[in-house]
Design a protein around this ligand. Structure first.
Ligand SMILES: [Zn+2]
Length: 468
């Protein structure tokens, strides 16, 4: 070998060695939040005041343990640490083909994954549950797992409907069962049932999903109107939207509420009321100005901003009767939440983010606040967005509380959320899978994104999306 080549070779070997060492070092660095008040959110909700919490790699390794000299220290004095929040009902924003695809074409509208995940990061939403997932959501999730994008953990449900629309449609029990088996084979983790399923197909889907070890959640199909009790079958594990019950009630009576409570309790069906979505539908039915005022609106993609402002299905059908109908439903929803709470049925926080007017990330804080307004204590509302949700997903041993051995999905807050639930918004920094991101960093990312969106605001027209 030529001497200079030999030299180069040695230098290369050495630098590989240094890089490997450096990587080891990154993995080994312990991060400590010092003197922080920890709201553990465990069953007994132990609050550990003025504690040190050690995070190494992705996990919490000790609370009040020995701090290594090499540790990176975050000052937690006077601050409060809670588990990362879980939004149990979102519709993810991912690549899509709005037009007619041809082989090799792929998506025509491409999403910057980091931009799409940023509102979750800024709001401490460390886990999301997509209730109508597509192949592209798997791809997006893998980018996060690879570490190319910072973002939440993502659970994926396949939606099955009846009728003759698009998507996964099943109108016979055997089609329903086969659709479940295919979803399982494709890697979906849960089944979401939808409004137009007929009774026999709904029952077959729910039973087959049970056999496949997949939980079922979703709407109460409209076909059950007048015989609501028949929908409560084994493995129908969670009803999403309070209005699913409202639709099953003629007069919003207390008797009906008590009946829904009894059916859910007896069947072990949990409840995700998504109070925020009806509030937002009412807001935009009243005025589109309410859309522009939404917290976080400028961080959503210009195409979505355009859709919500120019093709707003709720505003387009607005009338005094529609608004009155929504307002009555909001009252009913709140009574329902209170009754479910009193009966001890687990209530799960979800938002329907991605629906017109429901901003990803930001809306979960709205939902938690609305749960408190409906009668939950701040602790119960926080529980519904942490431990209870993790438990429904079957990952209660991994996330949802602040405990040694769990993944470090955490939010550092400036004030105690148990004193005032609005304090969940006072975020000083977050841990996503052990990675610390402080508020300065997310603020900078958000302002960059808002500037970019503003620059591109006129480039996107929802009505011309097929031409993208
Ligand atoms: Zn939804």
């Amino acid at each position: 070998m030529h001497t200079s080549l030999k030299y180069l070779f040695i230098v290369l070997l050495l630098s590989v060695g240094i890089i490997l060492k450096a990587q080891e070092k990154i993995e080994e660095t312990t991060i400590v939040v010092k003197n922080v008040n920890i709201i553990t959110m465990t069953l007994e909700n132990k609050i550990i005041k003025n504690a040190n919490i050690l995070i190494k790699g992705k996990k919490i390794t000790a609370i009040n343990g020995v701090i290594p000299g090499s540790a990176k220290i975050i000052n937690g004095k006077g601050k409060w640490l809670i588990p990362g929040l879980i939004d149990m009902h979102i519709h993810g924003f991912a690549d899509i083909n709005y037009g007619s695809a041809y082989p090799t074409q792929g998506a025509t509208f491409l999403v910057d994954h980091q931009d799409a995940m940023l509102p979750y990061i800024a709001n401490g939403v460390t886990t999301i549950f997509d209730l109508n997932a597509r192949t592209e959501n798997f791809a997006q999730r893998n980018e996060i797992i690879k570490g190319k994008v910072i973002g939440p953990r993502i659970a994926l449900a396949a939606l099955i409907n009846g009728g003759n629309g698009s998507g996964r449609i099943a109108n016979t029990p055997s089609d329903g069962r086969q659709t479940v088996r295919l979803a399982k084979a494709e890697g979906y983790e849960f089944i979401k049932v939808y409004s137009d399923l007929n009774i026999e197909t709904f029952k077959a889907i729910t039973e087959e999903a049970g056999k496949q070890n997949m939980k079922v959640l979703g709407h109460i199909p409209d076909a059950f109107k007048g015989k609501t009790e028949e929908a409560f079958i084994p493995n129908f594990n969670m009803i999403v939207h309070a209005e699913e019950f409202a639709k099953q009630s003629e007069n919003y009576s207390d008797q009906d509420i008590q009946k829904f409570v009894r059916l859910s309790k007896e069947n072990g069906t949990w409840f995700s009321p998504t109070l925020i979505v009806i509030e937002r539908i009412a807001d935009q039915a009243r005025s589109l100005e309410n859309i522009k005022k939404l917290q976080g609106f400028r961080y959503i993609h210009p195409l979505m901003q355009n859709k919500w402002l120019t093709s707003n299905q709720y505003h387009n059908r607005t009338s005094p009767e529609f608004i009155a109908y929504l307002e009555r439903m909001i009252q009913f929803n709140n009574r329902l939440v209170k009754a479910f709470k009193e009966a001890g049925i687990p209530i799960v926080a979800g938002t329907d983010a991605g629906c017109s007017g429901v901003v990803w990330g930001y809306s979960l804080h709205d939902e938690i606040e609305l749960l408190v307004k409906a009668g939950l204590t701040p602790l119960e509302a926080l529980n519904s967005a942490t431990r209870i949700s993790a438990s429904w997903l079957g990952i209660g041993d991994k996330i949802g509380t602040v405990e040694v051995g769990k993944y470090a999905d955490l939010i550092l807050l400036d004030d105690n959320p148990l004193d005032n639930i609005q304090n969940t918004r006072k975020i000083s920094g977050v841990f996503f899978d052990g990675k610390w991101i402080d508020k300065r960093k997310t603020d900078k990312m958000l302002s960059d994104l808002a500037k970019r969106n503003l620059k591109n605001i006129n480039k996107y027209d929802w009505k011309k999306r097929k031409e993208l």
